[in-house]
Design a binder for this molecule. Sequence first.
Ligand code: LLP
Length: 419
Amino acid sequence: MSNYPIPEKLIYQGVESFGTPLWLYDRGTIEERIRELQVFDAVRYAQKANSNLSILSLMKKMGVVVDAVSAGEIYRALKAGYRGGATKKTPEIVYTADIFDADALALVKEHQIAVNIGSPDMIPQLAEAGIKTELTLRVNPGFGHGHSRKTNTGGDLSKHGVWFEQIKDCMKLAQANGMWISGLHMHIGSGADFEHLSKVTEAMREAARHLGSHIRMISTGGGFPIPYRESEEGNRIDINAYYKLWDDTRKQIAQSVGHSVSLEVEPGRYLVAESGLLVSKIRAIKTMGENKFYIVDAGFTDLVRPAFYGSYHKISILPQGSSVLGEDSDVIVAGPLCESGDVFTQEEGGYVVSRKLPEAKVNDLLVLHDTGAYGAAMSSNYNSRRLAAEVLYSKGELHLIRKRQTFEQMTENDRIVGL
Ligand code: LLP
């Protein structure tokens, strides 16, 4: 595996300048993915995948609008230059969630942020807050699919969205509160396959019937998979075929209501995953019985996907200094945390597995690939580890886009009280 989106020389340079663990993102890869999706009327970035302000600002520059699932994400979008305006044909920011907390409601009101309703209770809560606006509805079509049970967002075991049989009730509720529903959104899960994603078009046509001529917009949600495994390379989702399915659906809906209907897509992973690398340093090599371990200085506090979902990330090694890589052998790759689940080579259910990796030395760099989505965004301070630095590779140069957290920042809100 020597397929880096960023030249190897610059990976070394990044480590030298900013240390490890280090997130590196390639701007070119993000731009390429955006352009692929710009066949849709609007590309709405699900910023939960990576909400660094420079990434958001790049999205904005490229004409991508944004989704926000919390007050914090609205705040980030505003900071990156996006503006509110719920009545715009394509609002720059849409709040999509299953509840309002006090902070979110306040920001929605102050900046007139468009709202995609995920629970019927949100409608009267808007009215109580003195907000009367055009709404869209996130519909749970009764089925879902994802790369893991934890990323399936449809069906009756999912908390997400408004159950498809309650669309009419929500329309009435909106009307009773002086509002109306002008769009429908369906996101059935993250990392879904083409077959499941395609089934949504039928559910959308069905749901659109309820809205009749009120409908102005449909959103496909996100969920596109990316090829995480070596065996999936060259096996990308067919964006054009997917667009065609949805464009046909949109045309049918538009024809039945007699006016145009815009078509949005809402990806997170697809836009950023492949741009990112998590670079760590091997700090110990040891054997446990027959098993060989590389223990690196990045853990699930940095990249939680393997521990949380059993997710697979390609791993490669870059030798440091005079080190020369040897033959491949079976290795378990683990992090520094005081927790046994801190293993990057594991399957769903927590089963530790090994990976064929070259013979390496302490201080060689170990790179986890395709970590631009749900990497830094899901990091934590567990074990009092600092959030790692983030760097964007753009036009041949590295730019620090988030400094490594300091120990002071990590503890600044703690208080020692006199006991
Ligand atoms: N829209 C909505 C309403 C969503 O809930 C999500 C993801 C997206 C769009 C974007 O999905 P994407 O295109 O990125 O698949 N942490 C998990 C993924 C959780 C996604 C949650 N919602 C992971 O690391 O795989």
